[in-house]
Design a protein around this ligand. Structure first.
Ligand code: NG1
Length: 403
């Protein structure tokens, strides 16, 4: 798959690329809008990925051409303060890791490269973090920054905030450190990752609504607002728990709060002090955290039915309490269930993008058919359907290698 990229590189630079960097997108199985609250998630890396072929440079220049002709080449000098392009410009996702690495490690060497990606954009599959990670890993390797995969993932989460989204850290971590055949439970503060094998007869279907959830557009504001609401809810509930004598001092975050008091107690405190909107956000966060913990156990036990039920519950909570679903996402979820999925939910931030549905080897064709007949055909979205509807293969994290 790298050959077309090599071809473009030759044409563009008149030389052979010497190295390849790749980083996968991801599908989150459960644990949505929990990462930025310091609570766990359970994603897996996809077979779809961002790829770069390159030649390291001796100076600090980065030149990265995009095989998608819509996007002009990104070109800049590595430094601690790199001027961003307009909001949403793809080059910002190239500058982000360069600036962060320069700040932490004083890196000086850039590269000439060509980039392509088959992770659908603005679909909740982390196309952005795949790009950030592929660039970050290349720059770290070229400059001999000796970090472990997960440490680099942690750094890339900070890096991506350069683009304006106050994201958690799930995407960069799983894309850097995933293991083939496995999902991973990721915890934060400090960042930890535990690989969990995906039972060989489980199938995760990814289906794209075709509605883009642009993180550089209105979805970014809606996402950042959710985060601020969670912080506000946390402050009020913490104060109430202190007033009740259940906590002696403000907890460091949701994780610390939910370790000190039972979920029910936190929710009761929330009911007393939060207005209706904030209470819904708070309830989603508390219940989704519990679902992730349970889901990890069920995955270990290969409990297909139980895992599917948690996915359904997660979608319900994202729809009614977190208000990040849409008519299209709900429809796709309904068709997946009609086709026989054990569970289905929106994945990623929501506001459009993809759903993920759990099926067994036996029912997967029925589910695909139900979605094509019910959703894609009526909308005339069934050409190039493999771009919108595919089975997720739990894949390996980012790699950098000589060619
Ligand atoms: P998507 O929708 O794939 O960009 C975003 C965040 C995650 C996480 C999820 C919601 C970024 C880069 N990613 O994912 O950290 O918060 O939303 O669970 O901001």
């Amino acid at each position: 798959m790298i050959e077309p990229l090599v071809e473009v590189f030759r044409e563009r630079y008149g030389a052979e690329p010497t190295h390849a960097s790749r980083a996968p997108g991801r599908v989150n199985l459960i644990g949505e809008h929990t990462d930025y609250n310091g609570l766990p998630v359970l994603p897996m890396a996809l077979q779809r990925e961002a790829r770069i072929v390159l030649v390291p440079r001796d100076d600090g220049r980065v030149r990265l051409a995009n095989t998608n002709a819509e996007f002009e080449e990104a070109e800049f000098e590595i430094g601690v303060r790199i001027e961003p392009g307009p909001t949403g410009h793809w080059g910002n996702y190239v500058k982000a890791p360069a600036q962060e690495l320069a700040r932490r490690f004083a890196i000086f060497r850039g590269f000439d490269g060509v980039f392509s990606s088959d992770v659908p954009v603005a679909s909740g599959l982390s196309s952005s973090s795949a790009l950030v990670n592929a660039v970050g890993l290349a720059l770290a390797a070229i400059n001999e920054v000796g970090l472990e995969a997960l440490e680099l993932g942690d750094l890339m989460a900070d890096a991506e905030r350069y683009t304006g989204t106050r994201g958690g850290g799930m995407d960069q971590a799983i894309s850097m450190a995933a293991r083939a055949g496995h999902a991973a439970r990721i915890d934060f503060h400090p960042l930890r990752l535990r690989h969990v094998p995906v039972p060989p007869d489980w199938r995760f279907v990814v289906a794209d609504t075709g509605i883009r959830a642009e993180k550089s557009g209105p979805a970014q504001a809606a996402y950042n607002r959710r985060r601020a609401e969670c912080e506000e809810a946390f402050r009020h509930v913490s104060a109430e728990l202190i007033r009740l004598g259940r906590l002696s001092k403000p907890p460091k975050g949701y994780q610390a709060m939910l370790r000190s008091v039972a979920d029910d107690e936190a929710l009761e405190a929330g009911e007393r002090v939060l207005e209706a909107g904030l209470l819904k956000r708070f309830r989603h966060v508390v219940t989704e955290n519990a679902r992730v913990v349970e889901a990890q156990d069920l995955l270990f036990q290969a409990d297909h039915t139980g895992f599917g039920m948690l996915m359904d519950a997660s979608h319900g909570s994202l729809r009614t309490d977190y208000n990040v679903s849409s008519a299209e996402l709900d429809e796709l979820v309904a068709f997946a269930k009609e086709g026989g999925a054990s569970g289905a939910r929106l994945t990623g931030a929501g506001f459009g993008g993809c759903i993920v549905a759990l099926s067994s080897t036996g029912t997967v064709d029925d589910i695909l058919e139900a979605m094509v007949a019910g959703y894609y055909e009526p909308r005339k979205l069934s050409d190039r359907i493999d771009q919108r509807l595919f089975l997720a293969v739990p894949s390996e994290g980012a790699t950098y290698r000589p060619l």
